[in-house]
Design a protein around this ligand. Structure first.
Ligand code: BTN
Length: 256
């Protein structure tokens, strides 16, 4: 009898690679809407209009960083259950930089990767219902600064941003890095889709630059100051205000 191999849970080789794009998130969304399968990746050498959170732009010069977006589809998880995927991504990336490259990387809620307070990477997760009742589409966009020297950043980012090269003085093979990172993230996402955020909570918390501090959080239409206590199992940040009231925040920006 022929021993038929089972189809892998994700198509390992589904990588859409471009020299230049406006934004990998936008192309990923279009490809997903046209039927690209879950775990497909869109990667570009350069982004002309890289997008950051809160409507900001993301500086994505050619040949120096990793700019890519992962398409994930879920029939089984609700938008509420899938929301912590950004935290999972951040925790796994920080842990990868620590273990594989000995770089002390911190996560700042909800999506920043910091080294000595400067931003080495960011995550922009965008999601939507595919069709009512037929699942949920998520695009996890990841930007990592790899081989930029100080002068490769525009003046307003020089002090706020960093790169692997600026930290270690080494030039990295971006393709090798990308393949290792993809492996780590896919392993994590497979676990996340079965067990949710719980297996990642401790990993996130122990690398956090946010917890235990008094922080000021802003969001469209609101602001809150208090002590960052921890995360809920759904990824919400727990903040205790001056009257000892505990708030659960799902969105927002921490002022540093
Ligand atoms: C942030 O920290 O504000 C999030 C930055 C996310 C940047 C990445 S680069 C790849 C993907 N495509 C985009 O346009 N943005 C994300």
């Amino acid at each position: 009898m022929i021993n038929k191999r089972r189809k892998p849970a994700y198509p390992e080789k589904n990588i859409y690679s471009y020299r230049s794009l406006d934004s990998t998130n936008l192309t990923a969304r279009r490809l997903a809407e046209e039927g690209a399968p879950s775990y497909s990746i869109v990667i570009a050498d350069e982004q002309k209009a890289g997008r950051g959170r809160q409507g900001r732009s993301w500086f994505s010069p050619p040949g120096l960083g990793l700019w890519f977006s992962i398409i994930l589809r879920s029939e089984d998880l609700s938008p509420y259950e899938i929301a912590p995927i950004t935290l999972v991504t951040a925790a796994v990336l920080a842990s990868y930089f620590r273990k594989a490259h000995k770089i002390d990387t911190m996560v700042k809620w909800p999506n920043d990767l910091l080294v000595k307070g400067a931003k080495i990477g960011g995550i922009l997760t965008e999601s939507r219902m595919i069709k009512e009742g037929s699942g949920y589409l998520v695009v996890v966009g990841i930007g990592l600064n790899i081989n930029q020297g100080q002068d490769d950043f525009p003046p307003q980012l020089k002090d706020l941003s960093t790169s692997l090269f600026r930290i270690t003085g080494k030039i990295y093979n971006r393709k090798d890095l990308f393949l290792s990172i993809r492996k780590e993230l896919f392993k994590a996402y497979r676990l996340f889709f079965v067990e949710g955020f719980t297996p990642f909570q401790e990993l996130w918390e122990k690398q956090s630059s946010t917890l235990g501090r008094t922080v000021k959080i802003t969001w469209p239409g609101g602001t809150l100051k208090g002590e960052a206590l921890g995360l809920k199992h759904d990824g919400a940040l727990l903040i205790k205000d001056s009257e000892n009231i505990i708030h659960q925040l799902h969105h927002g920006e921490i002022e540093s």
